[in-house]
Write a protein that binds this ligand. Structure first.
Ligand SMILES: [Zn+2]
Length: 132
């Protein structure tokens, strides 16, 4: 894994578009079915919108009908950090970029085989690097 990228909140505010800052640095959630990458079907790599780390391959994306881009596995072991999230009276598992600690979304145990996991990710937390 590449070196960690640590910046303070004001530095992130300066470098990110406001909607991306709200989601990734303040733990926000974009409205369902609003994300630019929700319908993306090209082959390529999904990168962290903050630091460019590779998070998900396009081959891991699937249509979950939940309103956010969904993936059943991460790009590489250790690309993503998991944290227990007890906000909103629920027990969920938050997922963050392991390199820069950006909030990405949550992972749920109702995905397709073989992992059985569904990473439910804000489109605003991702950028897409298409093959050719
Ligand atoms: Zn990152």
């Amino acid at each position: 894994m590449t070196d960690k990228l640590e910046l303070d909140l004001e530095a992130w505010r300066d470098r990110l578009p406001a909607p991306t800052f709200r989601v990734t640095r303040l733990g926000g959630t974009e409205p369902p079915f609003s994300g630019a990458l929700l319908a993306e079907t090209r082959r390529g790599r999904y990168l962290c919108a903050c630091c460019g780390a590779q998070l998900f391959p396009s081959t891991a994306k699937f249509e979950s009908h939940c309103g956010w881009p969904s993936f059943w596995h991460e790009a590489a072991q250790g690309a993503i950090r998991r944290l227990e999230d007890t906000s909103h009276g629920m027990l969920r598992t938050e997922v963050r970029c392991a390199r820069c600690d950006a909030h990405l979304g949550h992972v749920f145990p109702d995905g397709p085989p073989p992992t059985g996991e569904r990473y439910c990710i804000n489109s605003l937390a991702l950028s897409f690097d298409a093959d050719d």
